[in-house]
Write a protein that binds this ligand. Structure first.
Ligand code: ATP
Ligand code: MG
Length: 552
């Protein structure tokens, strides 16, 4: 994991270490708001924050930014912890919540008031909006800006005591309404919110804003490098202003890097929450979602996501990454260690007319290149299933699979020849009659026959029913703008097929169906998508195809 990575953040950290500027070593934090599940964009930030701390022998706080009780919950706190652990990172004892610091934050705010650097503003939200100005025009001072300190202190205490209704007053920093940076135009530091908090209950009726909270928590925890995404660049002067104007002797540098975007996806908890709440997807772990819970349920291993984040890298350029890169990382991660079996997803029945008596049990490796993974038992018999697309009764030139009169090898078994096509009254192909060559057994072939192709099969007596769920992209356009219009309504397809019954002994929930792709046994129990065995059939989610063969 600790490849010698080079990017502008790691270079900066190396420089700081060389200059002896970090008394406490490298200390980072990942600061999620518990208002939704984590997505792959968060994974980039997690890999960066935990990654640099590991590489430079430092530590990382998991700090929940729980300053807005209206959207936050314990469920989200739990899921975020689970997802970070699953991704392979551990904060150890360094688990904190912004709400742990509510008392200190309140005292810092009071200090600002006493120093004449903050005031209680009683404008309505609409009045504040109208006097804020624009990018080209300065804002106008609030009529409450010059309230006496004693009155401000009194009002702020009473806001805390719950005397006023939501929106009656806010606490604002007293900076500069003419600043070219709108974030510095007397920003709100506290608002009244009569809302129970998942950790502090009803103790508070005012809650601090992110911009006030975040920098102070960073300073209190001794964060050496406060890494955040580019949209916070314009907030950096406020981050610095707060720390410069309160009595605290530590001032972390805020350093911004680009957000991860992924084609055909949205990377915002707010939008993902909307999809979940509207029932457009099957909860936060829907396998189509870019959430870590969704990717996990789809069968994406954590190592693939770490590899992906590393390949995307850390820059100052916002980017929309191709889904193909993620798929490449998934195949890479699964290739070497995933057991393989054969599954027929669109079955066509084959009767081997010259096969008599007991079924034959053959040996096949779980993985052709990993002998230590051992052997599975494979059955060959009179009734078989092959893939419908592996038969063509009017084969194009160079068709290497089965067609009338042609021969093909069945993987790990025998060569067969198609003798006859059985059709229904309406002309549909119903089944194939074939002959097999007993001296052509794989690994022991003395037949001298040279079929052009090899196809997979499942013997009827050895077939376990499977339902396969395949997924298209969540949105129809690479960079979706309109959540409703761009949503892909046809992004789940189910097919019923057969898999070798030996799958029950497979050493892993990840499996490769030979020639088709990687799949993951879905044992989740939520409703909506098929999520458990139907009758005796097993549910598998298609993680990724072997090639780019499946089109939504
Ligand atoms: P969202 O818009 O999805 O809610 P957020 O930034 O509001 O994102 P937070 O919970 O505040 O969500 O994010 C925690 C951390 O993850 C922040 O430091 C944020 O910068 C980082 N982060 C969020 N989205 C991305 C992304 N797409 N790429 C990289 N880092 C991200
Ligand atoms: Mg946020």
């Amino acid at each position: 994991m600790t490849a010698d990575l080079r990017d502008f953040i790691r270079n900066r950290i190396r420089r700081d270490l060389d200059e002896g500027a970090l008394e406490q070593g490298v200390v980072t934090r990942f600061p999620p708001e518990p208002n939704g599940y984590l997505h792959i964009g968060h994974a980039k930030s997690i890999c960066l924050n935990f990654g640099v701390a590991q590489e430079f022998g430092g530590k990382t706080y998991l700090r929940f930014d729980d300053t807005n009780p209206s959207k936050e919950s314990e469920e989200f706190v739990r899921s975020i912890q689970d997802d970070i652990n699953w991704l392979g990172f551990d904060w150890g004892e360094n688990l904190t919540f912004a709400s742990d610091y509510f008392d200190q934050l309140f005292e810092f705010a009071k200090q600002l008031i006493v120093d004449g650097k903050a005031f209680v503003c009683s404008q309505s939200a609409e009045e504040m909006r109208q006097s804020r100005g624009t990018l080209t025009e300065p804002g106008r001072d609030s009529p409450f800006r010059n309230r006496a300190v004693a009155e401000n202190v009194d009002l702020f205490e009473r806001m805390r005591a719950g005397e006023f209704g939501d929106g009656a007053h806010v606490l604002r920093a007293r900076i500069d309404m003419a600043s070219p940076n709108i974030n510095l135009r007397d920003p709100v530091l506290y608002r009244i919110m009569h809302k129970s908090h998942h950790r502090t209950g009803d103790r508070w009726s005012i809650y601090p804003m992110y911009d006030f909270t975040h920098c102070i928590c960073d300073a209190l925890e001794g964060i050496s490098h406060s890494l955040c995404t580019l949209e916070f660049e314009d907030h950096r002067p406020l981050y610095d202003w707060v720390l410069d104007n309160i009595n605290i002797n530590f001032h972390p540098p805020q350093i911004e890097f680009s957000r991860l975007g992924l084609e055909y996806n949205v990377m915002s908890k707010r939008v993902l929450a909307e999809l979940v709440d509207k029932g457009k997807v099957d909860g936060w772990s829907d396998p189509r979602l870019p959430t870590l819970a969704g990717l996990r349920r789809r069968g994406v291993p954590a190592s693939a996501i770490r590899d992906f984040c590393q390949r995307v890298g850390v820059t100052k350029q916002d980017n929309l990454v191709e889904v193909k890169l993620l798929e490449f990382c998934i195949r890479q991660a699964l290739e070497a260690q995933t057991p393989r079996v054969m599954a027929v997803l669109e079955p066509l029945r084959v009767t081997v007319t010259n096969f008599e008596g007991e079924d034959e049990v053959l040996d096949a490796p779980w993985h052709p290149k990993q002998p230590e993974m051992g052997i599975r038992k494979l059955v060959f018999g009179r009734e078989l299933f092959i893939e419908r697309s592996d038969f063509n009764d009017e084969p194009p030139d160079k068709f290497k699979r089965l067609s009338p009169g042609a021969m093909v090898r069945l993987r790990y078994a025998y060569i067969i020849r198609c003798d006859e096509v059985v059709r229904s009254a309406s002309g549909e192909i119903e089944s194939i009659q074939a002959t097999y060559f007993p001296d052509s057994r794989s690994g022991d072939d003395t037949s001298g026959l040279k079929p052009k192709g090899v196809i997979h099969f499942v013997a009827a007596s050895n077939a376990r029913r499977v339902r396969i769920q395949s997924f298209g992209y969540l949105f129809r356009t690479p960079n979706p703008k309109d959540i409703d219009q761009d949503f892909n309504d046809n992004s789940v397809a189910s097919t019923d097929g057969f898999v070798e019954s030996g799958i029950a002994q497979a050493p892993d929930a990840h499996v490769q169906f030979e020639r088709t792709g990687y799949f993951y046994r879905d044992s989740s129990s939520s409703e909506g998508l098929e999520s458990d065995a139907i009758g005796d059939s097993l549910i598998f989610n298609r993680t990724v195809s072997l090639r780019d063969s499946w089109k939504p």
